[in-house]
Structures are given as structure tokens and as C-alpha cells.
Design a protein around this ligand. Sequence first.
Ligand code: HMG
Length: 385
Amino acid sequence: MDIGIDRLGFYVPKKYIDLVELANKRNVDPNKFTIGIGQSKQAVPDLYQDAVTMAAESADQVLNDDNRKDIGLVIVGTESSVDESKAAATYLVELLNLPEEVRAFEIKEACYGATAGLQMAYNFVAMNPDKKALVIASDIARYGVNTPGEVTQGAGSVAMLVSENPHILKLNNKSVYMTRNVGDFWRPTFSKTAFARGKYSNEVYVDFFKTLWKKFQDKYDVTADDFSTMLFHIPYTKMGMKALRTLEGNIPDDKYNELSDHYQASIEISRNVGNLYTGSLYLGLISYLINGDVKPNEQISLFSYGSGAVGEIYSAEIQPDYTGFLNIDFIKKELSDRQKISISDYEDIFGKEVKNGDVTVLSDVHDKYYLSEIKENERLYKKLK
Ligand code: HMG
């Protein structure tokens, strides 16, 4: 039975900052941010937005009256949870008008969460072929104003509808994974911003890729020649390139050049959005599907990495008629219609938070789903009519 991603949705906040302006404000050479890190713009979520509202926005794009009733599993992968107990997915069942007969929960393992959800969804559909699963990655990457990680912040959400006979990506059920207890990046429950050992995190990421790629080749008796595209978790666009470069000189030059070209297509959107944490790998997939020279039934590999750390490489096949199941024009418009804000406006938003008793002023809302108020310490969400 063929199982995989049938539809993909992507949500990006309506505001962004320009990273040349950020560099100037921080007295850094702009080339460090745009070339050294490889980022141009960074998404800035509004105060009425969080992992729940952004998840609702991307999921809304993949649902219709026909497939909604077949959903049997809803998983939100996030490390930006709004509650230590209640899962983001439970809010979505009501906001998205999903059937009550679903398993809905949240998965956390840094940027690996959505991949864990996707693999779980694969097994769910294998056991229940008449059902579909909704896997959503939704995060706000926050390191803090004037920190080394600031240039690698971002926000957004990717939704994946997983089903039998998928129209976008067939998962090959070939995968290798590993876990090591490492302190490269973490966010304690008391903190709204992450802590990172930046350079060490880069080293662990590359080491995970090298280890897993060797395991994958040995386990399935394949080489780079069996793939025309390699997708990576993209915390910033230079990062995946550092992993890809480990293949240079070890595989034929024309293959390396092909993989590098395809990598460029996969990072175009991330360069203008930033780190989506657990959605980053899947934003790379969307970017490649929109900007790449995609061939029917192309074989690709996907490297998922979540700090802490868990990594996985798996393979998949792009389906020939995917363009009818990814709303390319909508995504392009979402990206181009955004509003640039000043660095001081971003700093102002960054420093604020919605508190108990606060009610969102409706005229401030520019999205479909929003946090309407916090009442008795409970977060309440609404959909704009
Ligand atoms: P930094 O110390 O500010 O930067 O931190 P740097 O000094 O390492 O410079 C960065 C690059 O810019 C270097 O290139 C410099 O040479 C270059 P590289 O050697 O890396 O190729 N550079 C310049 N280039 C052109 N013109 C110039 C110039 N100056 C310097 N004038 C760091 C950078 C990424 C470490 C920091 O932003 C950070 O800590 N970010 C957060 C951690 C992170 O993103 N780690 C990635 C791996 S871990 C991961 O992916 C998991 C994660 O997504 C979390 C999760 O799983 O949930 C983060």
C-alpha cells in the first residue's frame, strides 16, 4: 500500500524584518547574516499568534468537507507549546471542525517532532487505510534580542495530510534513526527563549548527518546516485549546506553539483522566513516543490534533526501530479504580501506577551485564527468570521 503526504499547507506570519537592517542595528557586517548565515528575512509573529493559531492556519489549507470526516489522528509537533498539560491538537479539533472520533495530541522533541508525527501517521494509515492523519509542525523560534541566535529566529507552520495513495510524497518506509543525549540546544520550562551552544550544535548536526547517511547507505545498499535531491532540516540556510558539503569529493562531481543546485531550490523560502523549528525540513520540501526542477517520481532523501538530539534519514518519492495538491499561488502570495516592520517595532513585539485578563482587539487581527483572550488563565481561541 502506498502511504504518504497527500496535501501540504504552509502558514507564515504577516510581518517580517529585513536582516540587513538587523545587522546594521547590531553593528554587524550584513554579509555575515546574508552570506555567513544565509538568511535575508525573518518572520515575526503577532501577539495574538502562537503555536495553536499558526497550526490552525496551515491545517485549514489542507482540509475540505470531503477529507475532514476521514481524519482519525491529529498530531501537532511543537517545541513552542502554550500549555504544559493540554495539547495544541485539542484546540484544533474545535477550531477546524474535526470529528470528535480522533486521537489528538502533541509531540515534542525539538525540531524532530513533526518527523516523529509523520512516522506515527504512516503506521496509523497502514493500520486504518480508510482514515487520514493530520500532522502539523508549528513553532516560534526565539533566542532573544541581541543574542547570537537572534539571526536564526523565525516562525510558521506546515500541515501535512497523510493518507493512502498520496498525491505529493510517497514514503518509501526506508529509514534510519538515532538518539544521543547531547546539550546542544534546550529551553527549560521557565524560559521563553532557547539556550544554545551554537558552534557545538552545528558540529552535532553535521555528525548526525554523516553517521545516518552512512547507516542509510549500508542498510539499503544505495549511494548518492540513487537520489537527485537531499532535503535537510534548515535552522538557517548555511546549516544544511555544511552537511551537504561533507559529500563533496566523496561522490561524483556532477552528482554533487546536482544536489547543490537542488539544495538551493529547497532553501529559497527558508531564507525569507527563518527557522520554523520542527517545520523547517518540510518547508524545505515545499520550497523544492515550488522552486525546483522537479521530475516525476523523483527519489529524495530527508534529513530530520532535533536538538537534544534525535536524527533520522528517510527516503520518499515525489508524486507526478503534486502541483494540484499544493496551493502554490496561495503560498507565493502569502510570502509576497507580508509587511516589513522596523527593528524597533520587532523588539517591541518581542518584549510583550499576552497576560491573564487581556482581550485581543479585533482591529489588530490580520489572520483567520487568533488568541481572543486569556481568561482565568485559560487561553481562548477564535476564528474570524
Ligand atoms: P555566530 O557565533 O554569531 O556566528 O553564531 P559565526 O561567527 O560562527 O559566523 C557564522 C558564519 O558567518 C561563519 O561561517 C562565518 O565565517 C561567517 P561558517 O564558518 O559557519 O561557514 N561570517 C561571514 N561571512 C561573510 N561575511 C562576513 C562574515 N562574518 C562571519 N563579514 C550560530 C552562528 C548559527 C552558531 C548562532 O546564530 C546560533 O547559535 N544559532 C542557534 C543555534 C542553531 O541554529 N544551530 C544549528 C544546528 S542545531 C539545529 O539545527 C536544531 C535547532 O533547529 C533547534 C531544534 O532542534 O529545536 C536549532
